[in-house]
Design a protein around this ligand. Structure first.
Ligand SMILES: [Zn+2]
Length: 413
């Protein structure tokens, strides 16, 4: 290698220095850390005294900041799969949403349903050192087979589409629709497993959670919200280490717009969210309809049940994967709702450290992307957030964002 080549290579090295790094593993935070980034990935990470910064590296000072791994949302929706004005899914909207997530430090999102070719194209082009938007992994359409045969065909289609996970809904929407029959979801799960695919399930009821776990479900995409979780379901979750994704802010979105919610005056919310959507949610007729909505009141009760269940499951050692259901439908604000979701876990009784683990390492490992993201370790993408305050003192400090970095690139925000 000539000296010009050596110089060109060291140009691509970035050295972030001086921050207190919470790397997302169980290791104690590293004070005055250095993170060396080469070609978008972490080449070295540790105390400054132990790391040699190559001459010619670009130096980025982060003294006084707390650095955490980029936040991973294990259940979102991308590209306007179900917009306020109906389905407007498009490639442009996929990229727009991935930028919006990144504005809030959510650097990876697993889109659980409604995705089409543009989502997969975005995923397949993101393993590059020039990335500056959130990473995406995705399910295909939410499968709605009417027979076991159709179930197997739809799973085959999912595989052709190269989905990261299969998604189904087993819910009657508070008694208003027909629930997918057990023989059909069993066919989905069986066919998926035969093809080496995993299945994420939308559910509401404890009894369905038990039956779905028995059938082999791999990821619980919402809270059990009808009643308290029990030893039986805890045992079933732990036996196969099936992760549980609370999506508490999903419930919030169903009733909170009966009046103007406090976050409508948070500058961090207003800075990046769509003004038209906010205006629509402030319309008196819309607020009135939500105030009178019976389902809104029931989901409000369901949120209390869900919060209690989260604490109980976390205490029992079930792996929690932070997820929100943001992005579908409107009123579930991408990026901001993940930070709100994290605060809600703390309010439910989890420690800041537990909330952070659920929102980084565990969300990633639950979605089988822990080899690339979720912790700050050698060989993983340099996706991280620099904060102005310590998130381990209060998880609400994840809102005090100094800067967001994806593949070592500063997100313009
Ligand atoms: Zn969803």
């Amino acid at each position: 290698m000539g000296s010009a080549d050596v110089a060109a290579q060291s140009q691509r090295v970035k050295a972030f220095s001086g921050a207190r790094v919470i790397d997302g593993t169980d290791r104690t935070p590293i004070d005055n850390a250095t993170i060396l980034v080469r070609d978008g990935k972490i080449a070295e990470i540790g105390p400054a005294a132990r790391i040699t910064v190559p001459s010619g590296a670009e130096r980025i000072p982060l003294a006084g900041k707390s650095v955490i791994p980029g936040i991973v949302n294990a259940h979102g929706h991308v590209g306007d799969t179900v917009g306020l004005q109906g389905n407007r899914y498009s490639a442009e909207n996929v990229v727009r949403d991935l930028r919006l997530y990144a504005d809030y430090g959510v650097t990876t999102v697993v889109s659980l349903g409604g995705d089409q070719a543009p989502s997969f194209a975005a995923r397949d082009s993101q393993r590059t050192a020039t990335l500056d938007r959130a990473r995406i992994f995705a399910a295909g359409p939410v499968l709605e087979p009417k027979s076991a045969d159709e179930a197997r065909k739809l799973v085959a289609d999912d595989q052709t589409m190269k989905v990261d996970i299969v998604k189904i809904r087993v819910d009657d929407n508070l008694g208003s629709t027909t629930k997918m029959a057990p023989e059909i979801y069993r066919a989905v799960i069986d066919e998926a497993h035969k093809r080496g695919l995993r299945v994420a399930v939308h559910l509401f009821y404890l009894a369905d959670a038990k039956a779905l776990l028995e059938a082999g479900a791999d990821f619980i995409a919402h809270s059990v919200r009808d009643t308290d979780v029990d030893e039986e379901v805890i045992g079933a979750l732990k036996r196969r280490n099936v992760c549980y994704c609370p999506t508490l802010t999903r419930e919030v979105s169903t009733f909170v717009y009966a009046s103007e919610p406090p976050f409508f005056s948070d500058p961090l919310f207003l800075k990046y969210q769509d003004a038209q959507t906010i205006a629509a949610l402030k319309e008196p007729s819309r607020q009135d309809a939500m105030r009178k909505s019976a389902s809104a009141q029931r989901y409000k009760v369901a949120l209390d049940v869900a919060s209690k269940n989260l604490k109980k499951l976390s205490d029992a050692g079930v792996t929690i994967a932070m997820g929100t259901d943001s992005g579908a439908p409107a009123g579930r604000f991408q990026g901001y709702f993940e930070l709100m979701e994290m605060e809600m876990y703390q309010r439910a009784g989890l420690t800041p450290k537990q909330v952070l683990a659920a929102s980084t390492r565990d969300a990633a490992s639950c979605q089988k992307i822990g080899g690339e993201v979720g912790t700050l370790e050698r060989g993983k993408w340099a996706d991280f957030v620099a904060l102005d305050a310590d998130p381990l003192a209060d998880i609400a400090n994840v809102k005090k964002i100094d800067s967001v970095w994806i593949a070592g690139n500063r997100v313009k925000r």
